[in-house]
Design a binder for this molecule. Structure first.
Ligand SMILES: Nc1ncnc2c1ncn2[C@@H]1O[C@H](COP(=O)(O)OP(=O)(O)OP(=O)(O)O)[C@@H](O)[C@H]1O
Ligand SMILES: [Mg+2]
Length: 242
């Protein structure tokens, strides 16, 4: 059983102006605060219901209010509040007026104590979830269905860009497939590295390029900020897998 720490976290305080600014809303300032989810309204997160893990944390399959299937992303303790807020803000901003079928539906966040939580709709079919990589390995879809899925992915990327956002980490395990009768739809998840196009900055942190084949070379070589073109590069790498 993984015990989530209940270490209290101080509310955002102006210890450093820059931190406070980061913790404030990151786009136009018009995105409302995400709903706070109470931990008691979520089923416990234990090893038996882990559905994935990565750089940012562990994702659990669980229920909200007893019977609403959700993904509970439990962030590593090193992840700062503003990083969780950035992910939730992107999801909210992209779905201000209505839910987009190929984007995760955000239920809310919990930033009261470590580990921070972000709760979204569970995507999959019946009782299973499928990251795109697994769906490919398991030959889940037929040729025509893969083509439709690729078209829907391209449309969703176009939509994200038309809203002024970049995803910045499009890869096979950041796309899951979701069945809504009669079709499979891609859902682009993990907006942890997303940013507004107008705020994209050249990377300064050293990266071993061979470990990030889905990231455009100009971004890894620190010559250009991430851009619409670099997200399209990553999309092209996904197409190669289909
Ligand atoms: N809405 C969802 N529906 C189904 N599965 C999901 C969903 N969200 C996340 N997952 C699963 O959990 C995994 C990890 O989620 P996510 O990409 O958000 O975490 P991460 O720590 O940022 O991962 P990484 O650093 O590897 O990109 C995904 O690859 C996927 O298998
Ligand atoms: Mg991911």
């Amino acid at each position: 059983m993984v015990q989530l720490s209940k270490t209290p976290v101080k509310p955002a305080k102006a210890t450093k102006e820059t931190n406070l600014q980061k913790e404030q809303h990151l786009s136009s300032g018009k995105t409302p605060m995400p709903v706070t989810i109470q931990r008691r309204d979520l089923t416990p997160q234990d090893e038996t219901n882990i559905i994935g893990s990565g750089t940012y944390g562990v994702c659990y399959k669980g229920f909200y209010h007893g019977n609403i299937p959700v993904v509970i992303k439990s962030f590593r303790k090193s992840i700062q509040r503003h990083e969780v807020q950035r992910e939730s803000e992107a999801l909210q901003d992209l779905q201000r007026t209505q839910h987009h079928i190929s984007l995760p539906l955000l239920f809310g966040v919990n930033l009261d104590s470590l580990s921070f939580l972000l709760v979204t709709q569970l995507n999959g079919a019946q009782d299973r979830t499928y990251a795109l990589g697994n769906a490919i390995k398991e030959k889940l879809l037929k040729f025509k269905q893969w083509v439709d899925l690729a078209i829907q992915l391209a449309r969703t990327l176009g939509y994200i860009q038309s809203c002024g956002w970049l995803h910045n980490d499009l890869k096979e395990n950041n796309i899951v497939v979701h069945y809504i009768s009669p079709a499979w739809n891609p859902v682009i998840i993990d907006f942890g590295k997303s940013c507004l196009i107008k705020k994209a900055k050249v990377k300064t942190k050293q990266h071993d390029a061979s470990r990030y084949p889905w990231i455009a070379p100009e971004v890894l070589q620190y010559t250009s900020p991430p851009s619409q073109a670099s997200d399209i590069f990553s999309f092209g790498m996904i197409l190669k897998l289909l």
